[in-house]
Design a protein around this ligand. Structure first.
Ligand code: UD1
Length: 430
């Protein structure tokens, strides 16, 4: 039993260093198997999703050497098996990136079909459509996606929905297809650009990543590289909202402020001061937050992965706010937990109507998924009294040393493993 236990009420203040972007790193690690040369990847976050993907890769024969906590050397010349075990895909959906990478390099991949997840149904029809357009035969057999091609050929692909996963997966396979591929209606997220930059550093020829049209000239071989992953804009945004909700003053360091523009804009709207530096952002919340409306959209719109964090801030803001979730259908589960802490919320379909309260009060709550779990931690930090958060395994999927980083900002939070430890915390913190 691992839980976070929090005594809320302290305004968080100080500086915090942001780790490498989990979602970029997942794509980059998968893409790294596309060369037989040894590849060095730095600024990897030490989080569960990354470690599980590395294990999945080792299970098919990739040699992984951890140089430091945040850097690995990988060599994939001896991949003996293009079939990934279900156990891994169950634990981490993004192992589906191995389909694009294996298909590109070996023209064959067998990866279990990822199931649904806590935030919605998450189909992968667009990934499959892209692989088929490149000339692969794709079947679903015994729960596996089996993709195979004699030759992959460049193609003109239009994505019906803007999808980060489909854009990256198709981009990887097309990098080693014969000829020219154009992908239209692409996702423009910073991690799409980071994976493209990584592939280009291995000799791929990808242009336009970061716009809605990506053009790829396939190459036969990719080569060695050394690459550092971009900072995690969602981790950064989470700390920015922690400042807002606790009336704090936090400088988030090692970020690319441009990637945080949608978050920054909303923080300004709800009454925070935001100061931008070259690679840091400072958020100061000196007065009560005010309400606003927000709708999640693909980048550069407001990210769905930042929806629960703003939801918590708005639960404490003066007035009524409307939050519209337009990417995933099941991302308001945390609202029930927040209601248990005293928030006033009505969820209708993909909309949450939030009437802000002056104070939340501590309660025992469960993390329903990764980002919602982090948002509940913020709620606990802002609330009066003690909050206990169950199911923190979700949070550990994507936040490195979350409790430690928060403590360095003055938070009273601890990870406990037993009721006895929880009791000790309560006695100490009163
Ligand atoms: C990625 C992120 C996730 C983030 C999401 C949206 C990773 C590992 N995960 O997830 O944290 O919340 O982007 O920014 O990077 N869709 C289809 N068919 C498909 C693929 C997607 O209909 O084949 C739909 C989805 O149901 C969803 C929308 O497209 O409504 C966007 O999903 P997508 O961008 O693909 O999310 P992921 O890549 O899974």
């Amino acid at each position: 039993m691992e839980q976070y236990i929090i005594r809320g009420g302290n305004p968080l203040a100080g500086e915090v260093n942001i780790s490498g972007a989990k979602n970029a790193a997942l794509g980059i690690l998968a893409a790294a198997i596309m060369t037989d040369d040894t590849v060095l990847i730095e600024n990897l976050p030490d989080v569960r999703d990354i470690n599980v993907l590395l294990e999945a890769m080792e299970s098919i024969g990739v040699k992984v050497e951890r140089i430091t906590r945040h850097a690995v050397m990988m060599n994939s010349e001896n991949i003996g098996d293009v079939s990934v075990d279900y156990d891994y895909i169950k634990r981490i959906r993004a192992s589906y990136y191995l389909i694009g990478a294996l298909l590109g390099k070996y023209k064959k991949a067998e990866v279990p079909l990822p199931g649904g997840c806590n935030i919605g149904s998450r189909p992968i029809d667009l990934h499959i459509k892209g692989f088929r357009a490149l000339g692969a035969k794709v079947d679903i057999r015994n729960g596996f996606i089996v993709a195979q091609a004699d030759h992959l050929r460049g193609s003109h692909i239009f994505l019906d929905t803007v999808s980060v996963g489909a854009t990256i997966n198709i981009m990887m396979a097309a990098s080693m297809a014969e000829g020219y591929t154009i992908i239209e209606n692409c996702a423009r997220e910073p991690h799409v650009v980071d994976v493209a930059n990584f592939l280009n550093s291995m000799g791929a020829n990808i242009k336009g990543a970061g716009t809605d049209v990506i053009r790829i000239r396939g190459v036969q071989k990719l080569h060695r590289t050394e690459y550092s992953v971009i900072p995690d804009q969602i981790e950064a945004g989470t700390f920015m909202f922690a400042a807002a909700a606790t009336k704090g003053d936090i400088t988030v360091k090692n970020v690319i402020p441009k990637h945080l523009e949608a978050t920054t804009a909303k923080l300004l709207e709800i009454g925070c001061e935001v100061e931008e530096f070259d690679n840091a952002v400072r958020v100061v919340a000196s007065k009560r937050l005010c309400s606003t409306n927000v709708k999640t959209l693909p980048y550069p719109g407001y990210p769905t992965d930042m929806q629960p964090q703003i939801g918590v801030a708005l639960a404490l803001a003066k007035g009524t706010s409307i939050v519209t979730e337009s990417i995933f259908e099941n991302r308001f589960k945390y609202m029930d937990e927040l209601t248990r802490m005293g928030a006033v919320v009505r969820v209708e379909g993909n909309t949450a109507i939030i009437t802000g309260v002056e104070k939340l009060s501590g309660a025992r709550v469960s993390a329903p998924d990764l980002r919602a779990g982090a948002a509940l931690v913020i709620a606990g930090l802002a609330a009066d009294g003690i909050t206990t958060i169950d199911d923190i395994v979700y949070i550990q999927r994507g936040y490195e040393l979350f409790d430690e980083k928060l403590r360095s900002l003055g938070a009273e939070i601890e990870m406990v493993h037993s009721e006895k430890e929880a009791q000790k915390f309560r006695l100490r913190c009163g």
